[in-house]
Design a protein around this ligand. Structure first.
Ligand SMILES: Cc1ncc(COP(=O)(O)O)c(C=O)c1O
Length: 366
């Protein structure tokens, strides 16, 4: 019997990576994953319950997720043939990387990303053998477009990933900024609109028909349906045909297809929860500042905040009080920071009160 020779089998790029490990459950207030704090509207829940009743569990689901894509197309005003559904947008990020990795004899494929940004772009890219070229955000965490454009011209990346709004900073890229990247890039520019509904701006979906090098990502995870794992890629047909070759046929369970379709057919209800979060966001920004934190302006459902070098201590203090936020140590440009998801009003009250306790108690070590 031989032992598994992992050192021989694993690529070096994978050995360096760490698996995602969120804190365990058991905390009453979770403000660390940018989820929607409200349970789904009762109408949505009832429709899902009814639809699930007659489900043929012994049959595979539709491999092309046709009804789900149809519902997305009607809600977002695009063609179903320009949409691929994924098991969360994470899966679609992975599929794009896998598809567009080029020919390795020409050197490793490259992604360009601003930094800090959503960590999975870089993790998934490294795991797939990419070189990751990071462009630091500018002062105040504003996009540094000169540096982004220079990186695109010099590195000729296979893919540029832009989270818009950007997780974890809340930074927003304007139309002109994204147009300039599309003009400069012969690789794919992915505009990831995971938090698009919170931005109050028009989606890039309507533009995807005009640019063959633009792909838009969307997810239901941040607007109330994180549990079902349902994301969408909107892109040109030529690209989707290639991505379809590497997509496993039954990537979305029937449960996900049904629940996702119901969410999309009731998107106005979803958007009213988004509006409630946006209202809470404005209130929370004021309260966090009043409590003594530095708050970066955000177009998402979260805030990046700082606390004069006491971020880790504050994170522990909040956690000891049952409130989980995300601690982001040594972020490029920003340094240590916390990312706080906007919660329901009662959760935000608990957070603010706990913050006030922290500063009243002297606010040093937890
Ligand atoms: C910018 C961004 N894109 C994609 C995702 C992944 O979303 P999903 O749950 O659809 O895989 C996240 C999740 O945090 C995110 O922040």
């Amino acid at each position: 019997m031989s032992d598994l020779d992992l050192p021989r089998l694993l690529p070096e790029s994978l050995v360096r990576l760490l698996a995602y490990s969120p804190p365990e459950g058991g905390y009453p207030v979770r403000l660390d994953a940018n989820e929607c704090p409200y349970p789904p509207d009762p109408v949505i829940l009832e429709e899902i319950r009814t639809a699930l009743e007659d489900m043929p569990l012994h049959r595979y689901p539709d491999p092309a997720s046709r009804d789900l894509r149809g519902a997305f197309a009607s809600e977002f005003g695009c063609l179903a043939e320009n949409i691929m559904a994924g098991n969360g947008s994470d899966e679609l990020i992975g599929l794009l990387l896998w598809t567009l990795r080029g020919n390795q004899d020409k050197g490793p494929p490259v992604i360009v990303v601003p930094t800090p940004t959503f960590a999975m772009y870089s993790v998934a890219a490294q795991a797939a053998g990419y070189e990751v070229h990071e462009v630091p955000l500018g002062p105040g965490l504003a996009p540094d477009m000169e540096a982004m454009l220079q990186a695109v011209r010099e590195k000729q990346p296979n893919i540029v990933f832009l989270s818009n709004p950007n997780n974890p900073t809340g930074t927003f890229y304007s139309k002109d900024q994204i147009h300039s990247l599309l003009d400069a890039s012969s690789g794919l520019v992915v505009v990831d609109e995971a938090y698009g509904d919170f931005s109050g701006e028009e989606s890039w979906i309507s533009e995807s028909a005009s640019f063959s090098n633009l792909a838009v990502l969307r997810t239901l995870s941040k607007v109330g349906a994180a549990a079902i794992r349902c994301g969408f890629l909107v892109a040109g047909r030529d690209l989707l045909e290639e991505v379809n070759k590497v997509r496993f046929p039954f990537n979305l369970s029937r449960h996900t297809q049904i629940a996702g379709e119901v969410f999309l057919r009731n998107y106005q209800r979803v958007l009213s929860q988004v509006a409630a979060t946006v209202t809470q966001r404005e209130r929370l920004a004021m309260e966090l500042e009043r409590a003594g934190l530095k708050v970066f302006p955000s177009r998402g459902n979260f805030f990046l905040v700082q606390c004069d070098g006491r971020e880790e201590a504050l994170w522990r203090f909040l956690q000891d009080g049952g409130i989980v936020v995300k601690f982001l140590p040594r972020l490029p440009v920003a340094g240590d920071a916390l990312r706080i998801t906007v919660g329901a009003p009662e959760e935000n009250d608990l957070l603010i009160n706990r913050l006030k306790d922290y500063f009243t108690e002297g606010g040093t070590d937890a």
